[in-house]
Every structure is written in C-alpha cells, then in structure tokens.
Design a protein around this ligand. Sequence first.
Ligand code: PGA
Length: 267
Amino acid sequence: MKKRYLVGNLKMNLNSVSETEHYLVALKKELFGKRIENVEIVVAPSSIYLERFSRELPENVSLGAQDVFWEKEGSYTSQISTSMLNDVHAGFVVIGHSERRLYAHETDGEVGWKVRAALHENIRPILCVGETAEDRERGVAADIVSGQIVEAFRDVSPMMAERVVVAYEPRWAIGSDVIPESEDIFEMRIVIHRALAEAYGPSVADRIPVLYGGSVKESLLDRLCLEPRMDGVLVGRESLYPHELVRMARHIGGYGSTDSEVSDNNS
Ligand code: PGA
C-alpha cells in the first residue's frame, strides 16, 4: 500500500505550556501499543512550542512547523528561518496555508520562495493550494489551483519536487463544515497531477503525494480521502483531539475506524 500522510495543523491553539503538555501526554497514551503502518503522522504546533514538541513527541510522529521565512537570517522581525526549524528537528513545514494567504497576504511568489528555501535545507514543504468560493462560482477553480502549483514549483528540480507534499484545501471548506463531493476532490487531484506532469513528467508527478484538507473528521474520511484516492489528509480542528488523530491515522492506514482493537501487539 502506498504511504499516506496525516498532518495535524494545530494552528493558534494549545495556548499555554500546560495545554501543550496535556496534549503531548494524551497523544503518547493514544499511540501506545497501536501499530500504525503506511501512515506518516505529522503534527504542526505553534512555533513557540516547537522545541517542546521536538523533545516530547512520540517517536512515530514527525514534527512540522506552520510557516518559515525564505531568507536565511537577518533583520526580519518575527520570522522563522529554516536553520531554526532544522535545529528543532522539524522535518516538515506547512507553506501557503490559506490563513497565511488571507491574513498575511502571502502571494504565490512568496509561497514559491518559501518552498525553495525549505527544500534547500532538507525540510519537506506541505504546500497548500486551493480556490475560494468565488473562484469556484466563476468556474476558474482549476486555473487558480494549477497557477498556484506552477508558481510554487518554479525552479524546483524534479528530484526536489518529489520531496513536496501538496495539500488541496478548498478555502470554503476550511473551518466551515461545508465539504466537497468526492468527485470534485478527485477532479482537482487530476488538475494538480496534470500541472505537475507538465512540469516534471508523469512518473515524478505520480510520486508527489496530494492530500485533502478542509473540515476533515474521522467519519468523513472515506468521502474526503479514500474515495477520491488522496494520499492523506491535512486536519485542523479535529487534530486538537489526540484520540481523533490516532483514529484517523488508523482509518487511512487501513486498520478500520473502530477502537475495538486496542493493542495490535497481541495479534
Ligand atoms: P479544519 O482546518 O480541519 O479545521 O477545517 C483545515 C486546515 O486549515 O488545514
């Protein structure tokens, strides 16, 4: 089975050291004794807690950051460099999330700079792309998403491109509980694959994972991930519950969605 990804974007939540501690303890407990194969779990906390997560995350969970800056160092107040991320062993970084594009007015060009900066320092970008509700109404969703892909992968070599994880997140589905049909997700998967295949050829495009994000919860995984043949999911709100995070990982990893199998060690 092809490896899948479950990315938990904790956003600006877990607003204290004690909440962070509770989360980490609960995550460890939920993962204990459970075999999770074929799924890479990535958790992306606020940057202020990256170091703590780095020390305390369970071994089978990777650390992600929520953003990075393209310059290596210098007078860039509030920004976070790739070296800082490497220092705390963050193997992944979310880039171009719609909330960054919306509140920080991040452009496709800047997203591309960040992707290249991360790849250069061996950090895997989780590149977010997606259209707004108006784009969809105007019938330009596919153009918008392919345009975002083209800009983000500009000047990225085929070898480096394979290190990128793409997350298709229709903006109108994020934090909203309005979700697309499986067919619409699958269609966008094809759009993304086509844009990547034009740049790198089909076999490289095949190797670039494409996730779905936007109002994901365990009960919707068939519709949002498995039926449209996505390589995993990017989860916001539900990732704040370690129990749900682990259930989702097991579901997309092919272990079914129930909790009945508490430990696989005895099987
Ligand atoms: P949500 O967020 O799961 O809360 O909709 C998804 C995201 O922002 O990536």
